[in-house]
Design a protein around this ligand. Structure first.
Ligand code: DOR
Ligand code: ZN
Length: 467
């Protein structure tokens, strides 16, 4: 009668008191959660005694580089890493080659990813201003999870690739969009009803401050921080919030790294605007002082800032100003990451270590396990229109389940990561609390740190498509 029963675990959701019960699964859906044994034959029993049973965790922000830079990472590896990390759904970022800028590329991408996906996935679309404004509505109908705008990045006019070093003088490079064109993006996305997520850093400010520093002899992390400063994030979030107020777009601030950002989002939320934000483990567990120990592995954009920012981000999380924690998984190879701090690319692995780092924080009483379920599962699902299918343990919904052992210790070792490139700022971190099983639509994908299934992940489309 039942395909699987998860026995004896502690059920943890975002809102209820934790309680011990069995989870009954049939045809990939949750059938029942019961404190009493239900009659009927069971095909497979999963012993979860001593562990906690959570709605499947979601990482809304990963860059698998697939297609386009699969020497760094691909979806096969990134979703294995996700499953090992207890993640049942990922949202793949659109800065691939080709990028996800139109429906044709979206469909090709879904075909590509579906063959490699160990977990379910949503796909972001990219906003390229007037280069693809006509494509945004069709992309909505096709089922993208949301729209991403890399504010402050230049774009290659032929390949539409982002240009990370935007001061290059080159005919093929379209400079970062001016505010008017960005405002148009906000207007266009507002008509879709979907989320517009922004990378919020001002290229103007960064360029200006970089020129100042080029003439000085400073060359360390703190000098870099002077150039990609808090101000660059602050003014972009500020403008973004103003545009959102005017256009009504559902604005989401990606990888927030500053105190100023938290203050701005909090103020907008207080005024009643549905503006949301996320942060990542590197901003929560590191600050500039860690650079001496960790080195260039911790270079990400936006940069990891100061202790005061780190503390404010935790406060923002506690207050609900920040409602999601995600990895910004963005691998580069060891070779690419070695060399001069100013010229190496930004980004590191994260999808595999996200859950353990947050579980360790639960053990250190920085948040409750209920809070963790909210920020890694329920809030992402609700904000992106896939709740309750994802992000809940309600009967009738997808049997996506993450089983965690709060008492199991682990050490992050870069060589053990499942990604192709193995750059992490957290190498050597000793953590308490580990995901021990990942179940997607009733199927066990990871058990005790091992992948136990072939790729069977599927595209997830949001329901609020307004089309
Ligand atoms: O650190 C980063 N890496 N920040 C970004 O915005 C992009 C990402 C990447 O794709 O490498
Ligand atoms: Zn990113």
């Amino acid at each position: 009668m039942w395909d699987h029963v998860i026995r004896g675990g502690t059920i943890v959701t975002a809102t209820e008191e934790a309680y011990e019960a069995d989870v009954y699964i049939k045809d990939g859906k949750i059938s029942a959660i019961s404190i009493e044994r239900l009659p009927g034959k069971v095909t497979e029993e999963i012993d979860a005694r001593g562990c906690c049973v959570l709605p499947g965790l979601i990482d809304i922000h990963i860059h698998s580089r697939d297609p386009g830079a699969s020497h760094k990472e691909d979806f096969y590896h990134s979703t294995q890493a996700a499953a090992i990390g207890g993640i049942t759904t990922v949202f793949e970022m659109p800065n691939t080659n080709p990028p996800i800028n139109n429906v044709e590329n979206f469909h090709k991408q879904v075909d590509n990813l579906e063959q490699k996906a160990h977990v379910d996935f949503g796909v972001w679309a990219i906003c390229l201003g007037r280069l693809n404004s006509e494509d945004l509505h069709p992309l909505n109908k096709a089922g993208v999870i949301g729209y991403k705008f890399f504010w402050g990045y230049a774009v290659n006019s032929k390949t539409f690739q982002l240009v990370y070093n935007a001061n290059e003088k080159n005919d093929e490079v379209i400079p970062p969009f001016k505010d008017g064109e960005v405002y148009e993006i906000f207007e266009s996305v507002s008509k879709t009803g979907k989320v517009l997520a922004i990378h919020a850093e001002s290229n103007d400010i960064i360029q200006y401050l970089t020129q100042r520093y080029e003439s000085s002899d400073h060359n360390d992390y703190n000098a870099l921080l002077q150039t990609r400063s808090n101000l660059a994030e602050e003014i972009t979030i500020q403008t973004g919030i103003s545009f959102a107020k005017k256009t009504g777009v559902r604005l989401h601030i990606l990888h927030m790294s500053t105190e100023e950002g938290v203050n701005l989002v909090k103020a907008a939320q207080k005024e009643g605007y549905n503006i949301t934000s996320e942060t990542c483990p590197h901003y929560l567990f590191l600050n500039n002082e860690d650079y001496n120990k960790i080195g260039s592995a911790m270079k990400v954009y936006p940069l990891v800032k100061y202790k005061k920012d780190q503390e404010k981000l935790w406060k923002g999380l506690e207050e609900g100003v920040i409602s999601i924690v995600c990895s910004d998984h963005a691998p580069h190879t060891e070779e690419e990451k070695s060399g001069d701090l100013w010229s190496i690319p930004a980004g590191m692995c994260g999808v595999e270590t996200l859950t353990s780092l947050m579980l360790d924080a639960v053990n250190k009483n920085r948040l409750t396990l209920q809070d963790l379920v909210a920020i890694l599962s329920e809030n992402p699902a609700k904000q992106f229109g896939i709740y309750p299918r994802k992000g809940s343990l309600l009967p009738g919904t997808d049997a996506d389940i993450t089983i965690v052992d709060l008492n199991k210790n682990s050490v992050i070792k870069k060589e053990n990561l499942h990604s192709k490139s193995k750059i992490t700022a957290f190498d050597g971190f000793e953590l308490k609390g580990t995901p021990v099983a990942t179940i997607v639509r009733g199927q066990m994908i990871m058990k005790d740190g091992k992948i136990v299934s072939k790729p069977t992940g599927k595209l997830i489309k949001p329901s609020n498509d307004n089309s």
